[in-house]
Design a protein around this ligand. Structure first.
Ligand code: NAD
Ligand code: DAU
Length: 387
């Protein structure tokens, strides 16, 4: 038996624990006593007063989530704890800065003293944990920041949240922990974990830490695992904003390999609504898959973007593939529909058209980000691919 066989066997048993079977167990041992109240719906938010600590709220999904909560829940205070890495941009929430329910605290989730300080100052009763290194290609170039932030940073968040008796904690995870699908089938919550990139492995590791805190410490956590997001404020290293940005400047777009890899695309606001439904209605110990019910090959998507921007298909460049490239992701989100009353509602064609429009209207936002550091990354990632 080779290493991969052993690893995948381990993941299979881990996967079963992370699925529904594990969740039922977790609920059983948390029933009654002090933990009993945690198993129902969250009492905070819509009716009561809540303080949510959001980590990574200056990134793509986090900033859309902070905005959504501030708009939907006038009684909820949102504390955004973000290290402002290359991917974090305080300007993503410029429109929220004057809101008295919003505060940005600049800090690193790997810095326990800084995390303890914000908990002591703000006494949050809920945590939604987005902060992560999030780009697969960067994890292939250097996995160290991924282990530090995604694994060790999550450990700090769990420890400090536990000491402060947090009522609810949502771990924002990804479908990439499940690995790659063949031509058919879907990831369910019981699909074994089989991460293929260092990024996915670091996210799977953090999910396993969360699982262990629920099991060992009766920690009130929920995990969401979502597919590929698109929408406003996405850093122009991911396919959609990168391709829009290049096409706007009449530059070629780098399609990895044959471009027939499949991703399940979801509008970021649909994802944020799913996360919030998990926070408010999810059961402790559960994993909820969230997806867009919208599979596209990268070539289909690239041609649609080219069409929307009115550019020629001669701008498509097939370049050397991503090492270890996952072939297909597709999410079965029926559990979230059943238990959270959630399903994605954005029609992809509308969402994508509006997204292209947003990048057209906010070209200065992307230009500002594409600084010297971005150019260095672009060179390291695409230079040897002839771009
Ligand atoms: P992003 O890269 O756009 O933003 C990450 C944010 O986290 C940035 O604001 C950054 O400054 C902050 N951050 C990074 N390291 C930090 C640290 N050590 N301490 C504090 N803050 C730190 O990421 P995103 O695409 O918005 O993804 C957010 C979360 O959602 C991640 O956990 C990611 O794994 C998950 N997710 C993303 C997608 C997707 O399609 N983008 C899909 C499913 C799940
Ligand atoms: O599935 C959820 C995941 O989706 C999240 O967990 C990640 O944080 C997020 O980055 C995203 O990962 P992907 O690797 O799928 O996204 P990305 O936009 O990097 O790539 C989408 C597809 O496009 C993938 O098959 C690789 C391909 N691609 C990407 C880039 C950047 C290209 O062909 N060329 C490119 O230049």
């Amino acid at each position: 038996m080779g290493l991969f066989d052993t690893v995948s066997k381990l993941f299979i048993s881990g996967g079963r624990f992370l699925g529904l079977g594990f969740a039922r167990k977790a609920q059983l041992f948390t029933l009654g006593g002090k933990m009993g109240k945690l198993l129902g719906q969250s009492s905070s938010g819509e009716n009561g007063v809540a303080t949510i600590l959001v980590t990574g709220g200056c990134g793509f999904i986090g900033s859309n989530y902070v905005r959504l909560v501030l708009q939907q829940e006038p009684n909820t205070r949102v504390i955004n704890f973000d290290a402002l890495t290359y991917a974090g941009n305080a300007a993503n929430l410029k429109d929220c800065e004057a809101n008295p329910n919003y505060r940005l605290v600049v800090g690193d989730i790997g810095d326990r003293a800084a995390v303890e300080k914000v908990f002591a100052e703000e006494s949050p009763n809920e945590v939604v944990h987005f902060a992560a290194e999030s780009h697969v290609d960067r994890s292939i170039l250097d996995s160290s920041p991924f282990i530090r932030t995604n694994v060790q940073g999550t450990q700090v968040m769990l420890d400090v949240s536990r000491v402060h008796n947090i009522e609810r904690y949502v771990q924002v995870s990804t479908d990439e922990v499940y690995g790659s699908l063949g031509d058919t089938g879907f990831f369910t919550e019981e699909t074994p974990l089989a991460p293929n990139s260092p990024y996915a492995a670091s996210k799977a590791a953090s999910d396993l830490l969360v699982r262990s805190y629920v099991h060992t410490h009766r920690f009130p956590a929920i995990i969401t695992r979502c597919s590929n997001n698109y929408g406003p404020f996405q850093f122009p290293e991911k396919l959609i904003p990168l391709f829009i940005s290049n096409l706007q400047s009449d530059l070629a777009v780098p399609v990895y390999g044959d471009g027939l890899q499949v991703r399940d695309w979801i509008h970021v606001v649909d994802h944020c609504q799913g996360i919030h439904a998990a926070l408010r209605k999810g059961k402790v110990g559960m994993v909820y898959n969230l997806g867009g019910l919208c599979e596209k090959t990268n070539m289909e998507l690239t041609k649609t973007l080219i069409h929307l921007l009115g550019k020629p298909e001669t701008l498509i460049r097939h370049v050397a593939d991503r090492p270890g490239h996952d072939r297909r992701y597709a999410i079965d989100c029926s559990l979230a529909e059943k238990e959270l009353g959630w399903r994605p509602t954005t029609i992809f064609e509308d969402g994508l058209r509006e997204t292209v429009e947003w990048y057209r209207e906010n070209r200065a936002w992307a230009d500002e980000i594409k600084s010297g550091a971005y150019r260095q990354y672009y060179q390291a990632q695409y230079g040897h691919r002839g771009m």
